[in-house]
Design a binder for this molecule. Structure first.
Ligand SMILES: Cc1cc2nc3c(=O)[nH]c(=O)nc-3n(C[C@H](O)[C@H](O)[C@H](O)COP(=O)(O)OP(=O)(O)OC[C@H]3O[C@@H](n4cnc5c(N)ncnc54)[C@H](O)[C@@H]3O)c2cc1C
Length: 384
């Protein structure tokens, strides 16, 4: 007879781990399962660092979710004694005609988020090593910063184990049928029975549920570069450089300061080609390095010829417009999806866990933007 848990959560990334935390808090028995391990290097949560910002242009939903997640991350770090947040500040670099950033400025002020407006002379005075010749406006959130992503997932899962959540390494196969699901099967033939199942499988969701999600989640290949900083210089460390997003640039570059001496991190937020999270090639291309150097030459000249000390290839798991998917399976009524982080989900882990556990345990009001029904099969990115 297989073990029966109240909840089985498949996927130990940031969404699955926070959901497990909330469900376990209700006193329920929980098993957390991952094919490659919590925060593994193939997972979207497996990067070193992720930006935590509240600014989302005029989008009040994600602004409020980020605001909600901040104290929950803090509370978790205080509880476990591991502070995995670095308050570097986060800055949007743009120009006066950019409605996204203006509306963000207005919204952040209305919601009481501390932020500061900088003009071109302010930018060049404060950050002489950065050149934003096309930017006349920047909005800085001084309280925001960077989460140490994979370490945070590791800390979450260690804490879950201490609270008697069971963890297993296993690859779960697609559950079939209609109505109530009694158990899931793993590739090695094991069965795991539970009352409710949550699939928080990131970019694997469309592979695992090809009929339902195959055309609704689009994993894309995203390259990340770490550049060596000049010897003896702390110009690219906090507080001399915040995390920043160059919103007016067509490649949508964003950069993070040198944290734990890993180097200046930079990536382009535009969506890359389609990507297979299991077997996709994770070496960056020479062309990408050349494209990066062209950007650096113009905007971060001190690093234009700097050594690439590390690279990563990760994937976004995009929905059509960037809204999360947090909803029930259309045919299996005790199966839930949590995914569609779309390149911005990490910071929201706590709010995702709180929302989904509220849905499951208390039938709380559902946000239409997270519904499966709202997920289109074409792409029109709308969340930044
Ligand atoms: C380059 C990059 C930069 C990003 N920057 C930011 C940022 O600055 N700020 C931010 O907030 N967000 C950012 N994001 C987005 C954020 O990282 C993701 O939205 C978030 O980590 C998604 O978490 P997840 O738990 O949904 O998925 P994942 O972390 O991918 O976890 C899914 C897990 O499911 C497991 N799994 C899959 N299939 C199975 C199976 N069949 N059986 C068992 N286990 C399975 C996998 O092994 C994996 O561990 C970025 C993402 C990338 C790639």
């Amino acid at each position: 007879m297989p073990n029966t848990y109240d909840f089985a959560i498949i996927g130990a990334g940031v969404f699955g781990a926070w959901t497990a935390r909330y469900l376990r808090r209700s006193g329920a028995s929980v098993v957390l399962i991952d094919a490659y391990g919590p925060g593994n290097s193939r997972s979207s949560s497996g990067g070193e660092t992720r930006i935590l910002r509240t600014g989302y242009g005029p989008d009040e939903l994600y602004t409020r979710w980020a605001m909600r997640s901040v104290p929950l991350w803090r509370e978790f770090f205080a509880e476990t004694g591991r502070d995995l947040f670095q308050r570097t500040g986060v800055m949007w670099v743009s120009d006066a005609s950019d409605a996204h950033v203006w509306q963000m400025w207005e919204l952040l002020n209305r919601l009481g988020v501390r932020c500061e407006k900088l003009n071109a002379p302010d930018l060049s005075r404060r950050y002489p090593h950065l050149r934003f010749s096309d930017a006349a406006l920047a909005v800085l959130e001084p309280e925001s910063g960077v989460l140490m992503a994979r370490h945070a997932v590791d800390a979450l899962v260690k804490d879950l184990l201490q609270h008697r959540v069971e963890y297993r390494t296993a690859a779960v196969v697609e559950p079939k049928g209609k109505g109530r699901l009694e158990e899931i099967k793993t590739r090695s033939g094991e069965s795991i029975a539970a009352g409710t199942f949550v699939f928080a499988c990131g970019a694997w969701l469309p592979k695992l549920f090809p009929q339902v999600l195959g055309a609704r989640i689009f994993p894309t290949r995203q390259e990340v570069f770490f550049l060596g900083v000049p010897a003896g210089s702390d110009s690219f460390s906090s507080p001399n450089m915040p995390a920043w997003l160059h919103h007016t640039h067509p490649d949508r570059p964003y950069a993070l300061p040198d944290i734990e001496n890993r180097g200046f991190k930079i990536a382009f937020d535009t969506h890359g080609p389609e990507f297979d999270p299991d077997n996709g090639e994770r070496m960056v291309s020479k062309t990408s390095v050349e494209r990066l150097r062209l950007y650096l030459k113009e905007h971060v000249p001190a690093l234009a010829d700097s050594t690439v000390v590390e690279t990563r290839v990760c994937q976004y798991e995009n929905t059509w417009n960037g809204d999360f998917l947090i909803d029930r399976h259309p045919e299996l009524n005790n199966v839930w999806f949590a995914g569609g982080g779309s390149g911005h989900g990490f910071k929201h882990g706590p709010a995702v866990g709180e929302y989904l556990s509220g849905q499951i345990l208390n039938n709380a009001a559902a946000e239409q933007r997270f519904s499966l029904a709202s997920k289109q099969t074409w792409k029109a990115r709308g969340v930044y």
